[in-house]
Design a protein around this ligand. Structure first.
Ligand SMILES: [Mn+2]
Length: 563
Protein backbone atom coordinates (compact mmCIF):
# COMPACT_ATOMS: atom_id res chain seq x y z
CA UNK A 1 0.00 0.00 0.00
CA UNK A 2 1.12 3.49 -0.67
CA UNK A 3 -0.54 5.44 2.01
CA UNK A 4 -1.04 3.37 5.07
CA UNK A 5 -2.56 6.15 7.08
CA UNK A 6 -5.74 7.77 5.84
CA UNK A 7 -5.65 11.44 6.50
CA UNK A 8 -8.63 13.24 7.71
CA UNK A 9 -8.21 16.34 5.66
CA UNK A 10 -11.62 17.59 6.44
CA UNK A 11 -11.39 17.41 10.19
CA UNK A 12 -9.60 20.55 11.26
CA UNK A 13 -6.41 20.24 13.26
CA UNK A 14 -5.67 16.63 12.42
CA UNK A 15 -2.63 17.23 10.37
CA UNK A 16 -0.48 14.19 10.00
CA UNK A 17 0.68 14.73 6.50
CA UNK A 18 3.53 13.40 4.51
CA UNK A 19 4.48 16.78 3.19
CA UNK A 20 7.92 16.63 4.72
CA UNK A 21 8.66 13.28 3.18
CA UNK A 22 7.35 14.48 -0.14
CA UNK A 23 9.44 17.58 -0.02
CA UNK A 24 12.65 15.66 0.20
CA UNK A 25 11.82 13.51 -2.77
CA UNK A 26 12.87 16.38 -4.94
CA UNK A 27 16.03 15.63 -6.79
CA UNK A 28 16.51 11.98 -6.10
CA UNK A 29 13.87 10.33 -8.16
CA UNK A 30 15.95 9.30 -11.08
CA UNK A 31 15.93 5.56 -10.86
CA UNK A 32 12.69 3.76 -11.20
CA UNK A 33 12.23 0.06 -10.66
CA UNK A 34 8.91 -1.44 -11.52
CA UNK A 35 6.80 -3.43 -9.11
CA UNK A 36 4.25 -5.96 -10.19
CA UNK A 37 2.15 -5.78 -7.08
CA UNK A 38 -0.52 -3.26 -7.88
CA UNK A 39 -2.24 -4.78 -10.82
CA UNK A 40 -5.65 -3.36 -10.13
CA UNK A 41 -4.68 0.18 -11.05
CA UNK A 42 -5.15 1.09 -14.71
CA UNK A 43 -2.03 0.22 -16.66
CA UNK A 44 -0.98 3.80 -17.05
CA UNK A 45 -0.89 4.22 -13.33
CA UNK A 46 0.97 1.29 -11.91
CA UNK A 47 3.48 1.56 -9.14
CA UNK A 48 7.16 2.26 -9.42
CA UNK A 49 9.79 2.23 -6.76
CA UNK A 50 11.51 5.54 -6.45
CA UNK A 51 14.96 5.28 -4.97
CA UNK A 52 15.58 7.87 -2.32
CA UNK A 53 18.61 7.87 -0.06
CA UNK A 54 17.40 7.12 3.46
CA UNK A 55 19.28 9.99 5.00
CA UNK A 56 16.84 12.34 3.37
CA UNK A 57 13.95 11.07 5.43
CA UNK A 58 12.85 13.22 8.26
CA UNK A 59 9.72 11.38 9.28
CA UNK A 60 8.69 7.83 9.82
CA UNK A 61 6.19 7.27 7.09
CA UNK A 62 5.68 3.60 6.34
CA UNK A 63 7.18 3.78 2.91
CA UNK A 64 8.80 0.79 1.36
CA UNK A 65 12.30 1.68 2.45
CA UNK A 66 14.13 -1.22 0.88
CA UNK A 67 13.10 -0.25 -2.62
CA UNK A 68 12.76 3.44 -1.90
CA UNK A 69 9.44 5.22 -1.94
CA UNK A 70 6.85 3.45 -3.99
CA UNK A 71 4.93 5.85 -6.13
CA UNK A 72 2.30 5.29 -8.78
CA UNK A 73 3.24 6.66 -12.14
CA UNK A 74 1.84 7.69 -15.48
CA UNK A 75 3.20 5.96 -18.52
CA UNK A 76 2.04 5.16 -22.04
CA UNK A 77 4.04 1.94 -22.18
CA UNK A 78 7.46 0.45 -21.67
CA UNK A 79 8.83 2.52 -24.53
CA UNK A 80 7.72 5.76 -22.86
CA UNK A 81 8.64 7.68 -19.72
CA UNK A 82 7.20 6.74 -16.33
CA UNK A 83 6.18 9.94 -14.54
CA UNK A 84 5.72 9.46 -10.79
CA UNK A 85 2.72 10.96 -9.01
CA UNK A 86 5.32 12.34 -6.61
CA UNK A 87 5.91 15.07 -9.23
CA UNK A 88 2.56 16.61 -8.37
CA UNK A 89 2.85 16.02 -4.62
CA UNK A 90 6.03 18.04 -4.80
CA UNK A 91 4.33 20.78 -6.86
CA UNK A 92 1.56 21.02 -4.27
CA UNK A 93 4.08 21.13 -1.50
CA UNK A 94 6.02 23.95 -3.17
CA UNK A 95 2.79 25.88 -3.62
CA UNK A 96 1.68 25.65 0.02
CA UNK A 97 5.17 26.56 1.14
CA UNK A 98 5.00 29.76 -0.90
CA UNK A 99 1.54 30.50 0.41
CA UNK A 100 2.66 29.96 4.01
CA UNK A 101 5.46 32.45 3.45
CA UNK A 102 2.97 35.02 2.22
CA UNK A 103 1.82 37.02 5.23
CA UNK A 104 -1.46 37.91 3.52
CA UNK A 105 -2.49 34.27 3.38
CA UNK A 106 -4.46 32.97 6.33
CA UNK A 107 -3.04 29.62 7.37
CA UNK A 108 -6.55 28.16 7.59
CA UNK A 109 -7.16 28.81 3.88
CA UNK A 110 -7.77 26.11 1.37
CA UNK A 111 -6.56 26.30 -2.22
CA UNK A 112 -9.49 25.34 -4.39
CA UNK A 113 -9.07 24.56 -8.09
CA UNK A 114 -11.40 23.38 -10.80
CA UNK A 115 -10.15 21.10 -13.55
CA UNK A 116 -11.16 21.16 -17.20
CA UNK A 117 -14.56 20.01 -18.39
CA UNK A 118 -15.49 17.40 -20.91
CA UNK A 119 -17.02 19.16 -23.89
CA UNK A 120 -18.62 18.19 -27.16
CA UNK A 121 -18.17 19.72 -30.58
CA UNK A 122 -20.77 22.44 -31.16
CA UNK A 123 -24.25 20.93 -30.87
CA UNK A 124 -23.07 17.43 -31.64
CA UNK A 125 -22.26 14.63 -29.23
CA UNK A 126 -18.74 14.20 -30.59
CA UNK A 127 -16.20 14.51 -27.78
CA UNK A 128 -12.71 15.68 -28.75
CA UNK A 129 -9.97 14.02 -26.70
CA UNK A 130 -9.92 15.74 -23.33
CA UNK A 131 -6.80 17.62 -22.33
CA UNK A 132 -6.52 18.75 -18.72
CA UNK A 133 -6.41 22.44 -17.82
CA UNK A 134 -2.76 23.26 -17.19
CA UNK A 135 -2.91 24.70 -13.65
CA UNK A 136 -4.99 21.75 -12.54
CA UNK A 137 -2.64 19.35 -14.25
CA UNK A 138 0.39 20.97 -12.65
CA UNK A 139 -1.21 20.61 -9.24
CA UNK A 140 -2.79 17.16 -9.41
CA UNK A 141 -1.73 15.32 -12.60
CA UNK A 142 -5.32 14.17 -13.02
CA UNK A 143 -6.16 13.04 -16.56
CA UNK A 144 -9.96 12.89 -16.13
CA UNK A 145 -12.32 15.81 -16.81
CA UNK A 146 -14.82 17.47 -14.46
CA UNK A 147 -12.81 17.23 -11.23
CA UNK A 148 -12.01 19.69 -8.45
CA UNK A 149 -9.06 19.69 -6.10
CA UNK A 150 -8.35 21.22 -2.71
CA UNK A 151 -5.16 21.69 -0.72
CA UNK A 152 -5.08 22.82 2.86
CA UNK A 153 -2.44 25.52 3.26
CA UNK A 154 -1.60 24.66 6.87
CA UNK A 155 -0.31 21.17 6.18
CA UNK A 156 -0.59 20.54 2.45
CA UNK A 157 -3.22 17.82 2.80
CA UNK A 158 -4.92 17.30 -0.54
CA UNK A 159 -8.36 16.19 -1.65
CA UNK A 160 -9.78 15.40 -5.07
CA UNK A 161 -13.45 15.69 -5.90
CA UNK A 162 -14.45 13.51 -8.83
CA UNK A 163 -17.77 13.35 -10.65
CA UNK A 164 -20.26 10.75 -9.45
CA UNK A 165 -20.73 8.92 -12.71
CA UNK A 166 -24.09 7.46 -13.68
CA UNK A 167 -24.52 3.69 -14.01
CA UNK A 168 -24.74 4.05 -17.80
CA UNK A 169 -21.14 5.19 -17.77
CA UNK A 170 -20.18 1.58 -17.09
CA UNK A 171 -22.03 0.53 -20.24
CA UNK A 172 -20.65 3.14 -22.64
CA UNK A 173 -17.37 4.33 -21.18
CA UNK A 174 -16.09 1.41 -19.12
CA UNK A 175 -15.80 0.40 -15.50
CA UNK A 176 -16.39 3.17 -12.99
CA UNK A 177 -13.24 3.50 -10.94
CA UNK A 178 -13.72 3.38 -7.17
CA UNK A 179 -12.72 6.49 -5.22
CA UNK A 180 -9.88 4.57 -3.65
CA UNK A 181 -8.23 4.05 -7.02
CA UNK A 182 -8.07 7.83 -7.61
CA UNK A 183 -6.49 8.21 -4.20
CA UNK A 184 -3.80 5.67 -5.02
CA UNK A 185 -3.14 6.82 -8.54
CA UNK A 186 -2.84 10.50 -7.75
CA UNK A 187 -1.35 10.24 -4.28
CA UNK A 188 -3.84 12.62 -2.74
CA UNK A 189 -4.96 12.20 0.82
CA UNK A 190 -8.68 11.84 0.27
CA UNK A 191 -11.16 11.58 -2.58
CA UNK A 192 -14.86 12.46 -2.58
CA UNK A 193 -17.56 13.13 -5.12
CA UNK A 194 -18.15 16.57 -6.56
CA UNK A 195 -21.64 16.60 -5.04
CA UNK A 196 -19.99 16.37 -1.61
CA UNK A 197 -17.85 19.52 -1.97
CA UNK A 198 -19.96 21.80 0.19
CA UNK A 199 -20.43 19.22 2.94
CA UNK A 200 -16.77 18.26 3.08
CA UNK A 201 -15.46 21.81 2.90
CA UNK A 202 -17.77 22.83 5.72
CA UNK A 203 -16.35 20.10 7.92
CA UNK A 204 -12.95 21.62 7.32
CA UNK A 205 -14.00 25.18 8.30
CA UNK A 206 -11.58 27.04 6.04
CA UNK A 207 -11.04 30.74 6.77
CA UNK A 208 -11.38 31.19 3.02
CA UNK A 209 -11.05 29.44 -0.30
CA UNK A 210 -8.19 30.60 -2.47
CA UNK A 211 -9.39 30.43 -6.06
CA UNK A 212 -7.49 31.13 -9.27
CA UNK A 213 -8.12 34.45 -10.94
CA UNK A 214 -5.62 36.18 -13.17
CA UNK A 215 -4.85 37.08 -16.74
CA UNK A 216 -2.67 34.91 -18.95
CA UNK A 217 -0.23 37.45 -20.39
CA UNK A 218 0.13 35.53 -23.66
CA UNK A 219 -3.53 35.12 -24.53
CA UNK A 220 -4.99 38.00 -22.55
CA UNK A 221 -7.59 35.55 -21.30
CA UNK A 222 -8.57 34.94 -17.72
CA UNK A 223 -7.77 31.75 -15.87
CA UNK A 224 -10.60 29.44 -15.09
CA UNK A 225 -11.78 30.34 -11.58
CA UNK A 226 -13.32 27.50 -9.60
CA UNK A 227 -17.00 27.66 -8.95
CA UNK A 228 -19.56 25.18 -7.67
CA UNK A 229 -23.06 25.21 -6.36
CA UNK A 230 -22.93 26.53 -2.83
CA UNK A 231 -19.63 28.43 -3.12
CA UNK A 232 -21.42 31.52 -1.77
CA UNK A 233 -21.46 29.83 1.65
CA UNK A 234 -17.69 30.31 1.83
CA UNK A 235 -15.41 33.30 1.97
CA UNK A 236 -13.49 33.38 -1.29
CA UNK A 237 -10.21 35.18 -1.99
CA UNK A 238 -9.31 35.19 -5.67
CA UNK A 239 -6.34 37.54 -5.55
CA UNK A 240 -3.65 35.65 -3.65
CA UNK A 241 -3.34 32.34 -5.46
CA UNK A 242 -2.62 33.33 -9.05
CA UNK A 243 0.74 35.08 -8.66
CA UNK A 244 2.02 32.39 -6.31
CA UNK A 245 1.05 29.36 -8.36
CA UNK A 246 2.17 31.02 -11.61
CA UNK A 247 5.56 31.74 -10.04
CA UNK A 248 5.82 28.11 -8.92
CA UNK A 249 5.21 27.06 -12.51
CA UNK A 250 8.03 29.30 -13.76
CA UNK A 251 10.66 27.28 -11.89
CA UNK A 252 10.68 23.62 -12.87
CA UNK A 253 11.57 20.83 -10.47
CA UNK A 254 13.94 18.06 -11.45
CA UNK A 255 10.95 15.78 -11.86
CA UNK A 256 9.32 18.17 -14.29
CA UNK A 257 12.57 18.63 -16.19
CA UNK A 258 12.73 14.88 -16.65
CA UNK A 259 9.38 14.95 -18.43
CA UNK A 260 10.41 17.94 -20.54
CA UNK A 261 13.66 16.18 -21.46
CA UNK A 262 11.65 13.17 -22.52
CA UNK A 263 9.15 15.02 -24.67
CA UNK A 264 11.93 17.11 -26.24
CA UNK A 265 13.80 13.91 -27.03
CA UNK A 266 10.77 12.30 -28.67
CA UNK A 267 10.09 15.48 -30.65
CA UNK A 268 13.73 15.73 -31.71
CA UNK A 269 13.67 12.21 -33.07
CA UNK A 270 10.40 12.99 -34.84
CA UNK A 271 11.95 16.07 -36.47
CA UNK A 272 14.86 13.96 -37.68
CA UNK A 273 12.40 11.46 -39.12
CA UNK A 274 10.69 14.26 -41.06
CA UNK A 275 14.05 15.59 -42.25
CA UNK A 276 14.94 12.18 -43.64
CA UNK A 277 11.60 11.53 -45.32
CA UNK A 278 10.62 14.89 -46.74
CA UNK A 279 10.87 15.21 -50.53
CA UNK A 280 10.12 17.87 -53.12
CA UNK A 281 6.60 17.30 -54.40
CA UNK A 282 5.20 16.30 -51.02
CA UNK A 283 2.57 18.36 -49.28
CA UNK A 284 3.68 20.32 -46.22
CA UNK A 285 1.08 18.47 -44.16
CA UNK A 286 2.73 15.18 -44.99
CA UNK A 287 5.71 16.43 -43.00
CA UNK A 288 3.29 17.27 -40.20
CA UNK A 289 1.77 13.80 -40.47
CA UNK A 290 5.15 12.06 -40.19
CA UNK A 291 5.91 14.12 -37.10
CA UNK A 292 2.62 13.44 -35.35
CA UNK A 293 2.70 9.76 -36.16
CA UNK A 294 6.23 9.46 -34.84
CA UNK A 295 5.47 11.23 -31.57
CA UNK A 296 2.36 9.20 -30.87
CA UNK A 297 3.55 5.82 -32.11
CA UNK A 298 6.99 5.98 -30.57
CA UNK A 299 6.53 8.38 -27.71
CA UNK A 300 2.95 7.95 -26.52
CA UNK A 301 2.24 11.62 -27.24
CA UNK A 302 -1.46 11.77 -27.98
CA UNK A 303 -1.37 15.53 -28.38
CA UNK A 304 0.95 18.03 -29.94
CA UNK A 305 1.79 21.11 -27.90
CA UNK A 306 0.27 23.40 -30.57
CA UNK A 307 -0.84 23.33 -34.18
CA UNK A 308 2.11 22.29 -36.33
CA UNK A 309 3.60 25.07 -38.44
CA UNK A 310 4.98 23.51 -41.62
CA UNK A 311 5.77 26.34 -43.98
CA UNK A 312 7.77 25.82 -47.14
CA UNK A 313 9.08 28.50 -49.44
CA UNK A 314 7.25 31.77 -48.94
CA UNK A 315 5.04 30.24 -46.23
CA UNK A 316 8.07 30.12 -43.95
CA UNK A 317 7.60 33.87 -43.53
CA UNK A 318 4.03 33.44 -42.26
CA UNK A 319 4.66 33.28 -38.55
CA UNK A 320 1.54 31.37 -37.56
CA UNK A 321 1.13 29.36 -40.74
CA UNK A 322 -0.69 26.03 -40.44
CA UNK A 323 -4.01 27.38 -39.15
CA UNK A 324 -7.33 26.25 -40.61
CA UNK A 325 -7.19 28.94 -43.30
CA UNK A 326 -3.68 27.89 -44.38
CA UNK A 327 -3.52 24.24 -43.35
CA UNK A 328 0.03 23.28 -44.39
CA UNK A 329 -1.32 22.33 -47.81
CA UNK A 330 1.19 23.77 -50.24
CA UNK A 331 3.21 21.37 -52.37
CA UNK A 332 6.87 21.68 -51.39
CA UNK A 333 8.90 22.76 -54.40
CA UNK A 334 12.50 21.79 -55.00
CA UNK A 335 14.58 24.70 -53.80
CA UNK A 336 12.20 25.58 -50.97
CA UNK A 337 13.35 26.00 -47.42
CA UNK A 338 11.12 24.13 -45.00
CA UNK A 339 10.44 25.86 -41.70
CA UNK A 340 8.90 23.19 -39.51
CA UNK A 341 7.88 24.25 -36.02
CA UNK A 342 6.43 21.25 -34.17
CA UNK A 343 6.41 19.81 -30.67
CA UNK A 344 4.90 16.72 -29.11
CA UNK A 345 3.23 16.80 -25.71
CA UNK A 346 3.44 14.10 -23.05
CA UNK A 347 1.23 14.08 -19.95
CA UNK A 348 0.56 17.80 -20.44
CA UNK A 349 4.25 18.72 -20.65
CA UNK A 350 5.19 20.43 -23.89
CA UNK A 351 8.03 20.84 -26.34
CA UNK A 352 8.53 23.45 -29.04
CA UNK A 353 11.21 22.86 -31.65
CA UNK A 354 11.77 24.49 -35.03
CA UNK A 355 14.02 23.08 -37.72
CA UNK A 356 14.70 24.89 -40.99
CA UNK A 357 16.32 23.19 -43.94
CA UNK A 358 16.19 23.00 -47.74
CA UNK A 359 13.93 20.21 -48.94
CA UNK A 360 16.63 19.30 -51.47
CA UNK A 361 18.98 18.35 -48.63
CA UNK A 362 21.62 20.82 -49.87
CA UNK A 363 21.84 24.48 -48.85
CA UNK A 364 22.46 27.06 -51.58
CA UNK A 365 24.97 29.82 -50.79
CA UNK A 366 22.16 32.32 -50.12
CA UNK A 367 20.33 29.86 -47.90
CA UNK A 368 23.54 29.32 -45.96
CA UNK A 369 23.94 33.06 -45.33
CA UNK A 370 20.51 33.38 -43.76
CA UNK A 371 20.65 30.05 -41.96
CA UNK A 372 24.06 30.71 -40.43
CA UNK A 373 23.04 34.21 -39.38
CA UNK A 374 20.14 32.75 -37.40
CA UNK A 375 22.22 29.89 -36.05
CA UNK A 376 24.86 32.33 -34.85
CA UNK A 377 22.15 34.31 -33.04
CA UNK A 378 20.76 31.14 -31.47
CA UNK A 379 24.18 29.98 -30.31
CA UNK A 380 25.22 33.38 -29.02
CA UNK A 381 22.15 33.39 -26.77
CA UNK A 382 22.56 29.75 -25.77
CA UNK A 383 26.12 30.48 -24.66
CA UNK A 384 25.20 33.68 -22.83
CA UNK A 385 22.21 32.40 -20.87
CA UNK A 386 22.71 31.80 -17.17
CA UNK A 387 21.09 32.94 -13.94
CA UNK A 388 20.98 36.73 -13.62
CA UNK A 389 21.05 37.43 -17.35
CA UNK A 390 18.12 39.51 -18.59
CA UNK A 391 15.92 38.10 -21.35
CA UNK A 392 15.53 41.44 -23.12
CA UNK A 393 19.31 41.66 -23.38
CA UNK A 394 19.28 38.20 -24.96
CA UNK A 395 16.79 39.37 -27.57
CA UNK A 396 19.05 42.31 -28.35
CA UNK A 397 22.09 40.02 -28.52
CA UNK A 398 20.28 37.75 -30.98
CA UNK A 399 19.31 40.72 -33.18
CA UNK A 400 22.82 42.14 -33.13
CA UNK A 401 24.42 38.81 -33.99
CA UNK A 402 21.99 38.18 -36.81
CA UNK A 403 22.40 41.63 -38.32
CA UNK A 404 26.19 41.38 -38.25
CA UNK A 405 26.07 38.12 -40.15
CA UNK A 406 23.59 39.51 -42.66
CA UNK A 407 25.92 42.44 -43.21
CA UNK A 408 28.84 40.06 -43.73
CA UNK A 409 26.65 38.18 -46.22
CA UNK A 410 26.09 41.37 -48.20
CA UNK A 411 22.38 41.89 -47.45
CA UNK A 412 22.96 44.87 -45.18
CA UNK A 413 25.38 47.79 -45.02
CA UNK A 414 26.34 50.37 -42.44
CA UNK A 415 27.13 50.43 -38.77
CA UNK A 416 25.70 47.68 -36.57
CA UNK A 417 25.20 49.99 -33.59
CA UNK A 418 23.22 52.35 -35.81
CA UNK A 419 21.12 49.43 -37.09
CA UNK A 420 20.41 48.46 -33.48
CA UNK A 421 19.44 52.03 -32.61
CA UNK A 422 17.05 52.09 -35.58
CA UNK A 423 15.66 48.71 -34.45
CA UNK A 424 16.30 47.14 -37.84
CA UNK A 425 16.15 43.69 -36.20
CA UNK A 426 12.35 43.83 -35.98
CA UNK A 427 12.11 44.08 -39.77
CA UNK A 428 13.59 40.62 -40.10
CA UNK A 429 12.46 39.13 -36.79
CA UNK A 430 9.18 40.71 -35.72
CA UNK A 431 8.64 38.20 -32.93
CA UNK A 432 10.25 37.81 -29.52
CA UNK A 433 13.31 35.67 -28.87
CA UNK A 434 11.46 33.00 -26.93
CA UNK A 435 9.17 32.13 -24.06
CA UNK A 436 8.74 30.01 -20.98
CA UNK A 437 7.70 26.44 -21.68
CA UNK A 438 6.07 23.89 -19.38
CA UNK A 439 2.50 22.64 -19.02
CA UNK A 440 1.65 25.28 -21.62
CA UNK A 441 3.86 25.80 -24.60
CA UNK A 442 3.78 29.53 -23.89
CA UNK A 443 4.03 28.92 -20.21
CA UNK A 444 2.71 31.26 -17.55
CA UNK A 445 4.57 33.80 -15.45
CA UNK A 446 6.02 36.06 -18.14
CA UNK A 447 4.70 39.31 -16.76
CA UNK A 448 3.75 38.77 -13.12
CA UNK A 449 3.60 41.86 -10.96
CA UNK A 450 6.90 42.65 -9.33
CA UNK A 451 8.75 41.74 -12.51
CA UNK A 452 9.70 43.93 -15.48
CA UNK A 453 6.80 45.04 -17.66
CA UNK A 454 6.39 44.39 -21.35
CA UNK A 455 8.66 46.64 -23.45
CA UNK A 456 6.96 48.94 -25.96
CA UNK A 457 9.10 48.86 -29.09
CA UNK A 458 8.54 46.55 -32.10
CA UNK A 459 10.15 43.15 -31.69
CA UNK A 460 10.73 43.65 -27.98
CA UNK A 461 7.03 44.20 -27.36
CA UNK A 462 6.42 40.67 -28.65
CA UNK A 463 8.63 39.21 -25.94
CA UNK A 464 6.63 36.93 -23.68
CA UNK A 465 8.74 37.89 -20.69
CA UNK A 466 11.26 40.58 -19.80
CA UNK A 467 12.52 38.81 -16.70
CA UNK A 468 16.02 37.91 -15.65
CA UNK A 469 16.89 34.24 -15.81
CA UNK A 470 16.86 31.92 -12.83
CA UNK A 471 18.00 28.33 -12.48
CA UNK A 472 15.06 26.02 -13.14
CA UNK A 473 13.45 28.18 -15.82
CA UNK A 474 12.79 26.45 -19.13
CA UNK A 475 12.62 28.67 -22.20
CA UNK A 476 12.74 28.49 -25.94
CA UNK A 477 15.50 30.27 -27.82
CA UNK A 478 14.06 30.91 -31.25
CA UNK A 479 15.64 33.64 -33.31
CA UNK A 480 14.42 33.86 -36.88
CA UNK A 481 14.99 35.75 -40.09
CA UNK A 482 12.04 36.25 -42.41
CA UNK A 483 11.53 38.06 -45.66
CA UNK A 484 8.03 39.43 -45.15
CA UNK A 485 6.99 41.65 -48.07
CA UNK A 486 4.93 43.94 -45.88
CA UNK A 487 7.85 44.66 -43.52
CA UNK A 488 10.42 44.90 -46.33
CA UNK A 489 8.26 47.43 -48.19
CA UNK A 490 7.86 49.44 -45.00
CA UNK A 491 11.60 49.38 -44.31
CA UNK A 492 12.48 50.33 -47.91
CA UNK A 493 10.10 53.28 -47.68
CA UNK A 494 11.57 54.44 -44.37
CA UNK A 495 14.90 56.25 -44.76
CA UNK A 496 15.86 55.44 -41.16
CA UNK A 497 15.85 51.75 -42.12
CA UNK A 498 16.40 51.72 -45.88
CA UNK A 499 19.91 53.18 -45.48
CA UNK A 500 21.00 49.77 -44.12
CA UNK A 501 19.43 47.61 -46.82
CA UNK A 502 21.20 46.51 -49.98
CA UNK A 503 18.09 46.63 -52.18
CA UNK A 504 19.26 44.43 -55.03
CA UNK A 505 20.31 41.71 -52.56
CA UNK A 506 17.16 42.02 -50.46
CA UNK A 507 15.06 41.90 -53.63
CA UNK A 508 16.53 38.50 -54.41
CA UNK A 509 15.26 37.14 -51.11
CA UNK A 510 11.61 38.02 -51.67
CA UNK A 511 9.71 34.74 -51.69
CA UNK A 512 12.53 33.03 -49.79
CA UNK A 513 10.32 32.60 -46.75
CA UNK A 514 12.27 32.36 -43.53
CA UNK A 515 14.53 30.50 -41.19
CA UNK A 516 13.82 29.92 -37.51
CA UNK A 517 16.02 27.85 -35.22
CA UNK A 518 14.17 27.06 -32.03
CA UNK A 519 15.68 25.21 -29.12
CA UNK A 520 14.28 24.35 -25.70
CA UNK A 521 16.67 25.02 -22.82
CA UNK A 522 16.82 24.62 -19.09
CA UNK A 523 18.59 27.35 -17.18
CA UNK A 524 21.03 25.65 -14.81
CA UNK A 525 23.09 27.08 -11.95
CA UNK A 526 25.97 27.73 -14.35
CA UNK A 527 24.42 28.10 -17.81
CA UNK A 528 22.07 26.06 -19.92
CA UNK A 529 21.12 22.51 -20.72
CA UNK A 530 19.84 22.00 -24.23
CA UNK A 531 16.79 19.74 -24.00
CA UNK A 532 16.44 18.90 -27.69
CA UNK A 533 18.91 17.12 -29.94
CA UNK A 534 18.43 17.88 -33.61
CA UNK A 535 21.03 18.49 -36.30
CA UNK A 536 21.79 22.20 -36.32
CA UNK A 537 24.83 23.04 -38.41
CA UNK A 538 24.58 23.06 -42.20
CA UNK A 539 26.90 20.05 -42.27
CA UNK A 540 24.87 18.09 -39.70
CA UNK A 541 21.62 18.76 -41.52
CA UNK A 542 23.02 17.84 -44.91
CA UNK A 543 24.46 14.61 -43.47
CA UNK A 544 21.14 13.54 -41.92
CA UNK A 545 19.23 14.41 -45.07
CA UNK A 546 21.72 12.52 -47.22
CA UNK A 547 21.12 9.50 -44.99
CA UNK A 548 17.41 9.91 -45.57
CA UNK A 549 17.84 9.83 -49.33
CA UNK A 550 18.32 6.06 -49.22
CA UNK A 551 14.90 5.55 -47.59
CA UNK A 552 12.15 4.47 -49.88
CA UNK A 553 9.25 6.85 -49.39
CA UNK A 554 5.76 5.63 -50.17
CA UNK A 555 3.85 8.46 -51.74
CA UNK A 556 0.08 7.98 -51.84
CA UNK A 557 -1.08 7.22 -55.39
CA UNK A 558 -3.42 9.63 -57.16
CA UNK A 559 -6.95 9.25 -55.85
CA UNK A 560 -8.73 6.83 -58.12
CA UNK A 561 -12.27 7.32 -56.86
CA UNK A 562 -14.92 9.47 -58.49
CA UNK A 563 -14.15 13.15 -58.38
MN1 LIG B 1 8.10 28.70 -29.56
Amino acid sequence: MLMLTRLSFLRPKLSFVNVAARAILVPFLHQFGKSSQVARLPKRFQIINVSVPLRFFSCSRPFNMAGGIRSPYYSMGEHTLAVPAALFALNRNRLVERLRNNSSVNKDSIVFLQGGNEETRYCSDVGPVFRQESYFHWTFGVTEPDCYGAIRVSDGASVLFVPRLPDEYAVWMGRIAPLESYRERYQVDEVYYVDEIVEKLKESQPSNLLTLNGVNSDSGKNCREATFEGISQFKVDNTLLHPEIAECRVIKTDLEVQVLRYVCDVSSRAHIEVMKRIRPGMKEYQGEAIFMQYCYYNGGCRHCSYTCICGSGNNGAVLHYGHAGAPNDKTIADGDICLFDMGGEYYCYTSDITCSYPVSGKFTEDQKIVYNAVLAANRAVLNACKPGVNWVDMHVLANRTMLSHMKAGGLLKGDIDDMMKANLGATFQPHGLGHFMGCDVHDVGGYLSGHPERPAIPGLKSLRTARSLKAGMVLTIEPGCYFIDHLLDKALADSKLSQFLVPERIQKFRGFGGVRIEDDVLITETGTELLNTVPRTVEEIEAVMAEGKSLKIDVPPAYAGKK
